[in-house]
Design a protein around this ligand. Structure first.
Ligand code: GLY
Length: 334
């Protein structure tokens, strides 16, 4: 279902140059094993998928939760919770990069196979926004709480705030303040948000997504990660998808919802992710620095991912496999 078309490719100095064709499924990924690069693969039974290489320890935790008889919702909560607690991670949790005012603000959401959903956005000083998101889902009639209200509700519901001061992060912010420029950078460093989608052996799906958001964002900015349909979407009848990268692009295109709806219409997970990436690019005159990646799981166990630029990978775990897979991509970084 993916068509061939012209794409903008970044030149050496970041200038846009027109090239024909695309880097992707039928070219660069040709010959890759199933599930690597640009083709979907299929798992039998339970499966866990997470964005980036920090998905490996996250998947390991989620997998152990499933093996221990926990629910798939427990698995996606506790899986990404491992990364939230890793204060050496600069894109998730309290170790993440601050906004331009020096505050680390966190966004997260969670969704189950019945379509129940919970989210928090713009919360500070909580180690596990994903668990607050789950509590919002389970204990309130709402989907999303934000900012001071979310923080107050969290404290009233048993979550304790904490202060984490990381000299390296403070130093990076102080350095950034010297120029104060905000330029999104295509991420090839194997992180930026963790999104997880999973299915248990009975075919129940769930997903989670958590982030500290873009480094040096405007105070109050919320990205795609806590927004159901953007950073994450789960439909128990069809499948699940999550996103990583420049959140504004994902929100504008209802990214994860788009991927799931394409799968509902019969698209293969990799092709669905690719189409969502292509829709973003069609409306983006200059993609410089604009990395976005999608990861999708269909209810039949097939899965795949696709990104704007090379560099996006995802972790996969099922009975026969534990691997880090390079996703296919439209554009190649110089
Ligand atoms: N995808 C993370 C963000 O834009 O905040």
């Amino acid at each position: 279902m993916s068509d061939r078309r012209k794409f903008i490719k970044l030149g050496v100095a970041g200038t846009a140059a027109l090239v024909t064709g695309c880097v992707g499924k039928n070219e660069e990924a040709a010959g890759d094993p199933k599930g690597a690069g640009g083709t979907s693969a299929q798992a039998k039974g339970a499966i866990v998928l997470s964005t980036w290489d920090h998905g490996m320890p996250a998947n390991a935790k989620a997998w152990s939760v499933l093996q221990g008889g926990g629910s798939v919702l427990d698995a996606v909560e506790q899986g990404v919770g491992v990364i939230e607690s890793d204060f050496s991670n600069r894109s998730v949790g309290l170790g993440g990069m601050p906004d331009r005012d020096g505050h680390v603000t966190l966004d997260a959401c969670i969704q189950d196979h019945e379509g129940r959903a919970g989210a928090v956005a713009f919360v500070q000083r909580f180690e596990h926004p994903i668990s607050i998101a789950r509590a919002v889902m389970e204990r309130t009639p709402h989907v999303m709480l934000v900012g001071a209200g979310a923080e107050r509700w969290a404290q009233e519901n048993g979550f304790s705030p904490r202060d984490v001061d990381i000299p390296e992060v403070r130093k990076a912010w102080t350095e950034w303040l010297k120029k104060g420029e905000y330029v999104p950078v295509a991420n090839v460093e194997n992180h930026d948000t963790i999104g997880m989608v999973a299915m248990d052996a009975q075919g129940r799906l769930a997903g989670s997504c958590t982030t500290s958001g873009m480094a040096f964002k405007v105070h109050g900015r919320v990205g795609d990660s806590p927004i159901i349909g953007a950073g994450l979407f789960v439909d128990g009848e069809v499948g699940a998808a999550c996103a990583t990268g420049v959140g504004e692009l994902v929100i504008r295109n209802a990214g994860s919802h788009t991927v799931v709806e394409l799968m509902r219409a019969g698209w293969d997970p990799t092709d669905a992710c690719r189409e969502a990436v292509q829709r973003i690019l069609r409306k983006l005159p200059d993609p410089s620095g604009m990395q976005v990646g999608f990861l999708a799981l269909r209810k039949d166990g097939s899965y795949g991912g696709w990104s704007v630029f090379n560099g996006f990978n995802y972790a996969v775990r099922f009975t026969e496999q534990e691997a880090l897979v390079d996703a296919g991509h439209e554009l190649k970084l110089p």
